[in-house]
Design a protein around this ligand. Structure first.
Ligand code: FAD
Length: 474
């Protein structure tokens, strides 16, 4: 009898899972599945405990769903990647596995681990891997001279051309398999999964699919007008599911097309606007696969590595705790600290503030976001930070510096979002909410809220000087 083993990683779903689907193609094969938690590795890379908890909760549901298909899912904990390779090779030997199926991960460490696994199993176990976590695989969208695009818009245009020629249909969940296999223990609590993932993101594939359906049916048409307003739930909030793979980008694309069949032709529509964001996700992953140095947190624009960051510890703490005296930044950081999610506009504002107002190295912020985010994803997080810090490809130019007060006035005009997270500003009138210290001064009041930790105009000049000095050679 042949035994097929599916190694699940960030693809925690039974529908539209290429590796799982392929493993189940042979009706007589015995199909097993494993998931290996590596808490030491997660800790080293600052994965948020909340994300580990979401993975854990999603695994419980996945185990039950697979059990109904006659596929046992074993969850095992190893310290790090080296131990996981040993464990997996032993397990393949014990279970007499004939074929190992897995979906590729494009991060450098993960890619190297998979290479090692394949080498260790060579000659004994056949390995089949798949490009599953993207609409189009890395390397498949290239310039005429066969290189990765470095600018987003031409990438997107080429991507869409390629997408229309590709088969990106979703795969069904496997059919139930005959023959009873032993039922494995429930996933053990990982050393790192003690946190509460919160109520905003219920675990599992069904929750993700329900949210996707509702968003594509009821909300996506208003996406362009609402996506920048943090007080409104105008975006899909699907990122944690895409990050851990309880949802696939093909599911997103197909659902979007089912509700909005002319999405690719109507470029001014909300549906196209949303697809555009899904393509940003692809862009950053394709970039990471083409430039693995990004996984080592190297800046894309080399001279920016010469910027002399101030890296003031007390300013960093003020930013992390949401106590900078800039309400929009503080509300954003408290949303992140409390829920593990932050609105995209706020990620841009708070990242820009850390780098360009506090002159703190973008990598410090990148790490902090990763340590808090439920949707923490190396490629998207690195891409977002390098964009905001002007160190990335197709990033905001270094001399374009967000003004946190005007961003706040523009995107949270009545301070609805600010008030939600900063109850100490409840009594400040709408017009003054963006600069409460000025209002308090006029009223001769003492607010229980910090004064601005830096003066934006001054900070801007210092940052421009730091970038210009770096550009001229440091
Ligand atoms: P929607 O607006 O509904 O978009 C749909 C999906 O497209 C998202 O779920 C996400 O998977 C993808 N997406 C949207 N915008 C982007 C983008 N700019 N780059 C890449 N993918 C995108 N996203 C993450 O998934 N993980 C991260 O760790 C992450 N870190 C970020 C850090 C910074 C500094 C910035 C500026 C952005 C970061 N983003 C990250 C991108 C973006 O902020 C989130 O994907 C988005 O806010 C998630 O909310 P949503 O699901 O409602 O998005």
């Amino acid at each position: 009898m042949t035994t097929h083993l599916v190694w699940l990683r960030n693809d925690l779903r039974i529908t539209d899972n290429k590796a799982l689907h392929a493993a189940c193609n042979e009706p007589d094969a015995r199909v097993l599945a494993v998931f290996i938690a590596t808490p030491q590795q997660w800790r080293r890379h600052d994965i948020a405990p909340r994300q580990a908890a979401l993975i854990h909760a999603s695994l419980k549901q996945l185990q039950q769903a697979l059990e109904q298909k006659g596929i046992p899912l074993y969850c095992h904990q190893c310290d790090d990647f080296a131990a996981s390779i040993d464990w997996l090779t032993d397990y393949c030997a014990k279970q007499q596995v004939t074929v190992l199926f897995y979906n590729r991960q494009y991060e450098l460490n993960e890619w190297r681990r998979d290479q090692q696994v394949e080498q260790r199993l060579a000659g004994r176990v056949r390995c089949q891997h798949f490009d599953d976590s993207l609409l189009l695989p890395p390397g498949s969208v290239q310039t005429g001279s066969g290189e990765m695009y470095k600018v987003y818009t031409p990438f997107r245009n080429a991507f869409i051309r390629r997408l229309t020629e590709s088969d990106v249909r979703c795969l069904p969940a496997p059919q139930p398999r005959a023959g009873a296999l032993p039922i494995p223990d429930a996933p053990p609590a990982f050393e790192y999964s003690h946190a509460d993932p919160g109520e905003d993101f219920p675990a599992g594939e069904q929750a993700a699919l329900q949210r996707l359906r509702a968003f594509c049916r009821q909300q996506v048409q208003d996406y362009l007008t609402q996506r920048d307003l943090p007080a409104i739930a105008g975006t899909s909030s699907l990122s944690p599911y895409l990050a851990i793979g309880t949802l696939s980008p093909r599911q997103c694309f197909n659902r979007l097309c089912a509700e909005h069949p002319s999405v690719l032709e109507e470029r001014e529509s909300g549906a196209f606007g949303w697809l555009n964001e899904l393509i940003w996700r692809e862009f950053y992953r394709h970039l990471m696969a083409a430039y693995p140095a990004l996984c080592r947190h190297r800046p894309f624009i080399a001279w920016t590595d010469k910027v002399r960051w101030r890296n003031d510890e007390s300013l960093l703490q003020a930013w992390q705790r949401g106590k900078t005296g800039y309400p929009i930044v503080d509300a954003a950081m408290r949303q992140l600290n409390n829920t593990g999610w932050m609105h995209n506009r706020l990620r841009m504002i708070s990242a820009s503030f850390l780098v360009k107002d506090l002159l703190i190295d973008w990598r410090v912020g990148e790490r902090y976001f990763m340590s808090q985010l439920l949707d923490g994803d190396l490629a998207a997080n690195n891409g977002g930070w390098q964009w905001a810090a002007s160190t990335g490809t197709d990033a905001v130019p270094y001399f374009r510096i967000f003004n946190p007060t005007s961003q706040s006035e523009r995107f949270d005009p009545q301070g609805t979002f600010i008030r939600k997270w900063l109850p100490e500003l409840a009594d400040v009138p709408d017009n003054d909410i963006h600069q409460p210290h000025l209002w308090a001064q006029k009223q001769q009041l003492v607010l229980n809220y910090p004064l601005p930790v830096v003066d934006h105009r001054q900070a801007r000049l210092e940052t421009l000087a730091a970038f210009e000095a770096a550009k001229q050679g440091g």
